[in-house]
Design a protein around this ligand. Structure first.
Ligand SMILES: C[S@@+](CC[C@H](N)C(=O)[O-])C[C@H]1O[C@@H](n2cnc3c(N)ncnc32)[C@H](O)[C@@H]1O
Length: 205
């Protein structure tokens, strides 16, 4: 999938950004919910596959201390500009989410986000990502993940079920799963059945 994203950003073909803009109210309500269970300052948030930083910047504006990780320099440059224009600090790290500890993202994350990345990884990458995220997240942290339902649609993401996610994240439990709309996606993607899963890190502190 890495080559796919590099080409997509090069071409400016980023339908996920249109979907995020379209779903802004839904995403904002999800962030409200996380914050309602905490006291400000909310602490550290980790945006995995942060792309051009749409969610990372929004979280920083809401008072989170945000780190975003992505493989594609062009996406990170856009995220850097977005953060600067919004007047917020976001730590942006270029690298692979299967290697978070070596990338030096730090630890103590209370809130982890993956909007559209995990579902394109192969099994070995998923397992490594689960291990790395568990190592840097706090006990009781929340992970919000948007993933398409499983299907054969190469070269697009193959999707992931709640069971697939729990298999890669054995220290986490899915505590919520909702279907989200597809109206902002291109016509060819109307059957991807995107879901938003909420997971809780059950590791002991
Ligand atoms: C569908 S896009 C979503 C971007 C962003 N989360 C958003 O909603 O706008 C998936 C992102 O994950 C990144 N990505 C894919 N595989 C990755 C990996 N192994 N490590 C880090 N980033 C990755 C891609 O470069 C891309 O920016």
């Amino acid at each position: 999938m890495q080559w796919f994203y590099r080409i997509a950003y090069q071409l400016g073909f980023t339908p996920w950004e249109r979907a995020s803009t379209h779903d802004a109210a839904m995403i904002s309500a999800r962030f409200d919910r996380e914050e309602s269970e905490r006291q400000p300052p909310y602490g550290r948030a980790l945006d995995l596959g942060c792309g051009s930083g749409m969610q990372a910047v929004q979280l920083a504006q809401r008072g989170w201390q945000v780190t975003g990780v992505d493989l594609v320099p062009k996406a990170l440059n856009a995220a850097r500009r977005r953060a600067r224009d919004a007047g917020v600090d976001v730590q942006l790290v270029e690298g692979d989410v299967t290697n978070l500890q070596k990338l030096g993202v730090g630890s103590g994350f209370q809130f982890v986000l993956d909007f559209g990345m995990f579902h394109g990884l192969d099994d070995a990458q998923r397992e490594a990502m689960g291990r790395e995220v568990s190592a840097v997240a706090e006990p009781e942290a929340t992970l919000l993940m948007i993933a398409w339902s499983p299907g054969s649609r190469w070269p697009l993401p193959r999707g992931a079920s709640a069971e697939d996610i729990e298999r890669a994240f054995p220290a986490w439990k899915v505590i919520g799963e909702d279907a989200i709309g597809v109206s902002a996606l291109p016509a060819a993607l109307k059957n991807v059945d995107p879901r938003l899963c909420r997971l809780r890190h059950e590791a002991k502190g």
